[in-house]
Design a protein around this ligand. Sequence first.
Ligand code: DX5
Ligand code: ZN
Length: 227
Amino acid sequence: MIRIAPSILNADLSCLREQLQQIVDGGADWVHLDVMDGHYVPNLTFGPLMVETVARCVDLPLDVHLMIADPDRSLADYVDAGANTLTVHLETCPHLWRTCDRIRELGAKVGVTLNPATPVQLIEPILPVVDLVLVMSVEPGYGGQKFLPVALGKLDYLRENKRHTGLGFSIQVDGGIDEQTLSPVVHAGAEILVIGSAIFKSKEIAARVREFKTAANALENKQQPLG
Ligand code: DX5
Ligand code: ZN
């Protein structure tokens, strides 16, 4: 079952509660929150206060994507604010194993992500201790960018790794997912799809979520061998 995690980066924050209700109505599985610090990435968004606000508005797991320098300093703030999954960039963590242990100790699910230019093999040693691997299919920092096909080979690598090792991590993809890129990412092995502008730029938010979820699961079922 493919899960949809709408990213509120491009939501209309003047009516956030209503927008969140629409993604619930459409069958969203998680809410994806993009935390950016204007330093690790050029854009600046929000911090733990927004995570706490979203937690008060909606009863879905909160999937917090930290695009910040030195994330170790603020892991606890995000878990206290209500993050269910905390995803850190491999590129920002010199002691990634310790960071993952800390996230788990704090009581959240552990996510690790890597930028388009980072080789996927770098993540291999940490796979036994993560719950989720996020493959960035755009450079982090902005919504509405064009999908980078380099992500497809990484998704495929992770799916094959799971098959061979039996590890339980989930495979997530983030950036540039729309009607065109949905099919290639599902075929390559993505299990959780982060979708921002293709959902929130529409007037029919609930319908968009439902369409993506139905289409993704139809594609996934087509891949299952019969019998
Ligand atoms: C980019 C963010 C994404 C972004 C995706 O740095 O991590 O979550 O919101 O937006 P779209 O779907 O518009 O590429
Ligand atoms: Zn994101």
